[in-house]
Structure formats: structure tokens, C-alpha cells
Design a protein around this ligand. Sequence first.
Ligand code: ASP
Ligand code: MG
Length: 465
Amino acid sequence: MIVMKFGGTSNRDADAMANVLRIITSHLAERPVVVISAIANATNDLEESARTAASGDAATGEAIVTRFYARHLALVDALVKDSSRAGIVTGAFSGYIKELTTLLHGLAILRELTPRTMDAVCSYGERFSSRIIAAGLQESGVDAVWVDAKEFMLTDSNFGKALPVMDAVTSNLARVVVPLLERRQVPVTQGFIGVTASGAYTTMGRESSDFSAAIIGAAMDADRVQIWTDVDGILTADPRMVPDVRKVRRMSFDEAFELSYFGAKVLHPNTMLPLLDKNIPVEIRNSRRKEGTGTLIDQRGAAPAGVQAVKSISFSADVTVISVSPRKRTNQYLFWEGVFSVLSRSEIDVRSVTTSEYRIAFAIAGAYESSTVIPRLEEVGQVAVFPGQASLCIVGSGLREWAGFAGRVFGALTGLKTSLVAYGASGLNMTVVVERRSLEEALLRLHVEFFGSPAKGGEFDVPFN
Ligand code: ASP
Ligand code: MG
């Protein structure tokens, strides 16, 4: 069996959704489990409605939800012609809307928005969209069954960033979803959302439907997980920044993880984690060009030993570098422990770290000049903050063994200020932090350096022996 996940842009409007239905129908022989995201912008709208209601303005919150509802009703109208089938979907919708409106009123009365309530509100995006896809498939004669993720996706109760309880998810799927496949039915479910042991909806973080697909794929021992999106695959750089990017044909789980962790938007970084051990490949495919081959991510995607190649360059445009030095230059290990304990208590994901004899500097995504973490770090040592930075992450195979790699990076960046460099931890990437205003220049130069000038377009492949 395979898992097919469709993101928000694949479900932008009725034409896009009709296309999704055709793609699913052309893969029936592979016995798909279908995972659906909310339609484009729906999750943003739901978040905004919750925030607006919690500020005391229930009417505006409700108006946002009314527009959200109308968009979905129009999609049912366009895609589900059979009136009794459409009636079942709109019947479910009107129940959802009543609950959602009640929730918004509660928020306006309490004027408080907890992560738990935010997750409850956001859960509706996927619940609406997946019902339309299931009914749309039935409309084209496919025996599709809508499955509530609540029936299987058990998570912890870290609302807004929940993680799955894999054993339970595996046995739930075996009970709820496997029998459907055995009957040759097509289960259609929701990405992004899960449920706590006590029955509350959770979410696994923005853009995490990819992760949901991977969890389901791993739990069900899928042959592969397909992520259908609006780009041809993983590209050598962001096409909005670099005109002549190429598509990467194949990469390893580790490379894909580094790329997405360091800013590439195409995949949620957690996606690779459940699939690694079982070596279940991920395919990234373009729903608008379904004949394309996409990018294949698997264990063998790294180049064979001895082959060195840069695969892609990602970036974060908003990075702060913070450096800390101890007031006394003794007991360095205590100093480092102090720094890291502040960072972990503040739940800060450090992107890159570098040290000198008595100083430590790290890059973090976001703006931190006025963050509470600064005074906390000042209790540990002297702090300097460098705002307005951007990081570039060069990802590839065999970088550590590649004599001359660093020289090529720094040669390309000649004349630009670099405020931090991290290299060597994984052998898969080098991160360079530059001033934000030179980000584009740095990216273009690195792209020319590693992919040619001007890059030829088409596919990029590591030269396999
Ligand atoms: N709908 C959710 C979001 O917009 C999850 C996803 O699309 O992956 O973040
Ligand atoms: Mg996405």
C-alpha cells in the first residue's frame, strides 16, 4: 500500500481538487491511504478567527468562519453532484460550524486562548477538506471511506506540537484502516491533527500533514509515502531567489532532514523520522505536473562513498546570532552547561553553534533582541546580540571528505561578511551566517559555484558511479 498526501495548495479550489481526485484514481492499484491537509489558507483563517474571538470580538471571528464555511460549501457544490451524498457532507459541516461558533463565543467570553483550544479550532480545516475529497472520490465511483484521525492518531498532550504514540497508532490503524484496504476501499483521513488519550484534538504543528503521512506510512509498512505539492520536488535552491534552479532527483533521509530543518519549505522536517528505520521511501511530486518524476528520498539517496556533491542550498532569512562569554575564565564546562540550560528552559532550537577558547556563539531563527532569553543569558555571562542575520545551509554528500569544499564556499562568498560558520557535525552540511542584506547575493553565488552558471535547468543528479 502507499500513502498519498495532498497539501493545501493542491486543494486550492475546485479545479485543483478535481485534479487531486484524478491523481488518486490513477493510483488505486497501489491501494492508497489518502491524507488531506486543509484547503489553502484555511488554517490561517481558523487561527485568526480564534485570536480575534479571544480578543473579545466574537462577531469578527465568526465572520471569518462564515467565509471559511462558504468556501467549503462552494467546493461541495462544484464537486459533489449527487444530492444525497452532498447532503451527508453538508450535514456534517453544519454540525462542525455549530461547534466552532460555540467555541468562538466561549473564547470571546473568557478572553483566553490556550494551545488546547487553538488546536480544537484548527482541527476543523482538515475535517472539512477531507470530507469533500472522500465524497468527490465516491462521486467518481471510488469506494472511498472517510476516516476520522481521532480513531487512530493518538498523541501526547503537547498541544500545538504533539507527537504520536507510535505503538497505539500502529494498532489503531491495524484495527481501523487495514480492514478497509482489505475490502479494497480507499480510506481518506486528515493530516496535522491527532487526539489525546482523553479525547481532545491536538495538532502536530503548522505544516505537519507531511509528518502525519509519514507516521501512517511507517505504522502501516507502506511501500512508499507520496507528498503531492506544488513544486516539482526538492530543488537546488528556492526558485523565488534563484532563477535557474534544478530539481534534485534523489537524496537521503538525512540530507532531506537537514534541508528542511534549515529552512527549505517543501517538507516538514519531522517527516523523515518515522520512515528512517524502516527505509520507507518518500516521493515528492507536483500535483500540477503529475507526469513529473519528483524527488525520491530514501536511505540510498546519498551518493555512494567517495562521491562528493552538493545537492541543495536552503536558507533562513531571519536569524539572530548571540554570543556569550563567561565573566570568569575558569570551569568552562559549568559555563557551557549554564548557557545550554537557559536555552533548553526557554525552548529555543539552536540552529548552529561555534566556540572559541572562552566564548560560545549560536545562531537561532527569529528576532531575539527583546526576548526574555537575553536577560537569562546575562545571568550566565556577558552577552552580545547580532540581529539582522540570515543563514545558508549547504547540504550534500561526502562534504567532510571533500578536500577543497570549504575553499569553494568561502571563495564564492569573497567580500561578504560571515558572522558564524558551522561545519563538521554531520558531514552533510555547512551552515554559513551572513548579513541579511547579502543573503540573496550569497545564495546566487553559491548556486553558481556548485550548480554552474547559469544552471541549466532540468534535473540534477549526483554522478553515481
Ligand atoms: N493545515 C495545516 C497548516 O496549514 C497543516 C498542513 O497543511 O500541513 O499548517
Ligand atoms: Mg506543506
